[in-house]
Design a protein around this ligand. Sequence first.
Ligand SMILES: [Cu+2]
Length: 121
Amino acid sequence: MTNTLRQLTPAATALALLMLIGFAEPALAQPAPPAATTNPPVLADASTPLSEGEITRWDARTLRVTLRHGEIKNLNMPPMTMVFRVSDANVLGDLQPGDKVRFRAEQVSGTYQVTRIEKAP
Ligand SMILES: [Cu+2]
């Protein structure tokens, strides 16, 4: 696609991008169930691997969870301890500090979010 765009005029490129955005939006919006708080975003589900970690802090009021995590391959992130956001307290369920977990983290509009987290077996 990059090669095709390069041959177009700037105006045509802009038009092509607008069309791409126009086509992409309904596809992104469609699979998201309105109130599904425990499900991860559909697009990331199949391809994004779970990472290992341990909850060190969880604040349901601010929706921030601190994880001591191993490598997060999809974010190209080495092991560290850091704070993630969650969209809803239900994402954590009854998990609490000290729990070893597996989780999926994504970068959502500039912030790191945990979109799925479960107790490690
Ligand atoms: Cu990190």
